[in-house]
Design a protein around this ligand. Structure first.
Ligand SMILES: NC(=O)c1ccc[n+]([C@@H]2O[C@H](COP(=O)([O-])OP(=O)(O)OC[C@H]3O[C@@H](n4cnc5c(N)ncnc54)[C@H](OP(=O)(O)O)[C@@H]3O)[C@@H](O)[C@H]2O)c1
Length: 338
């Protein structure tokens, strides 16, 4: 039988808590009580979370991502259902969550426990462990959404090269890995040329220096790529569009360089290119399940492990600052119980 004192301590757990008050904005590793969890139908014992770009913004306060205080950071997690008021989930089920405002307006996965709406949860895809699911994380799932957009457009390896920007980042690393495995020839654009061997080991054929694309360019450039996966935005996205072949497609999902899009309509009206916007946060369940199913099948798990670095919950604070400073390569998985 559980003693009172054991019961009392078992309701406490660790979380990265983001707070904002008169003394300012801060994030810290804290011991919190289960009563701090928000309302929701399902309580999950979190095993792993990750550090995505948005988690970096939430932890450092460098972007207005967190909209409710105090809040547990972490836009995604994988874990085991502990309690459920929803017939779709029962204790012991393995689940994954990405987005839905978790880690922004609802306490998230950089914590040993989370309580969320059942509608936001997905069963852990068959063939993936909780750690692998979070090594993929929101960044990898978004990379898959971008690849699916290019494939739906009709692009095949015979169409021509695919440009991946922000190549060393989470979205970029997984996109290169997926595209290369699907037989595409990939050009990787990076500000870290010293990581060229790493990018080639993922399957990149060409390495392009970031500054070739990151400054103001011409409305139309040489037709270099059949498709693009862009996680950078701003002039890079504009130049990526200007260098896309007639009838090609660009999947835009990020803003690591900037939110602006100082473009002309030339690539759209003279080359008929298509710009697909990719959102992972409120993507319908059918869309996300299709992406996760493809990840479970297509992604080489040995390559995933090679781009993954594991840290403990307390190290998430430093990793949040590091991802914004461009010091993280590939994916960081957070073992919240370490
Ligand atoms: N739409 C969605 O639902 C969704 C989902 C996930 C992520 N995102 C967005 O996608 C972006 C990437 O996310 P992530 O988790 O992959 O982040 P990340 O790991 O930090 O990757 C971003 C990469 O962009 C490059 N970069 C950084 N600063 C840059 C700058 N000033 N100019 C040009 N390139 C720069 C760096 O790659 P190199 O060092 O190789 O140049 C960096 O590694 C973020 O903006 C994130 O918010 C959106």
């Amino acid at each position: 039988m559980t003693s009172y004192s054991e019961k009392a301590t078992s309701t406490m757990f660790k979380a990265i808590v983001v707070e904002k008050d008169e003394s300012g904005y801060r994030a810290g590793l804290k011991e919190v009580d289960e009563s701090a969890l928000p309302a929701g139908d399902v309580t999950v014992r979190v095993a792993y979370s990750t550090i995505n770009y948005k988690d970096g913004l939430a932890i450092t306060g460098k972007g207005p991502v967190v909209r409710k205080f105090p809040l547990h950071a972490g836009i995604d997690f994988a874990g085991t259902v502990e309690a459920s008021d929803d017939a779709r989930f029962k204790p012991g089920d393995k689940v994954v969550l990405n987005g839905w405002g978790v880690g922004e307006s609802h306490s998230g996965g950089l914590a040993q426990k989370a309580r969320v709406k059942a509608d936001w949860l997905m069963p852990l895809p068959a063939g993936l462990t909780e750690r692998q699911a979070m090594a993929i994380g929101t960044a990898g799932y978004t990379a898959m959404l971008c690849v699916l957009a290019l494939q739906r457009h009709g692009l095949t390896p015979a169409s021509g090269d695919i440009l991946v920007t922000g190549a060393n980042g989470g979205v970029g690393s997984v996109a290169i890995t997926l595209l290369a495995q699907l037989g595409f020839r990939v050009a990787a654009s990076t500000g870290r040329l010293q990581e060229a061997d790493y990018l080639k080991s993922l399957g990149a054929a060409d390495i392009i220096a970031r500054d070739e694309l990151s400054g103001p360019g011409k409305p139309l450039g040489k037709e270099r790529w059949a498709g693009v996966v862009d996680s950078v935005g701003s002039h890079t996205l504009v130049n990526a569009c200007a260098g896309t072949r007639y009838g090609g497609a660009v999947a835009a999902c990020g803003l690591a360089q900037g939110m602006d899009f100082p473009a002309t309509v030339a690539p759209f009206i003279l080359r008929g290119i298509t710009l697909y916007g990719v959102d992972s946060v409120v993507a319908p369940q059918a869309v996300r399940r299709a992406a996760w199913d493809r990840l479970a099948i297509d992604l080489d798990l040995d390559r995933l492990e090679a781009i993954t670095h594991e840290i403990g919950l307390g190290e998430a604070l430093q990793a949040g600052a590091d991802i914004l400073a461009g010091r993280i390569r590939g994916r960081v998985v957070v073992n919240v119980n370490r």
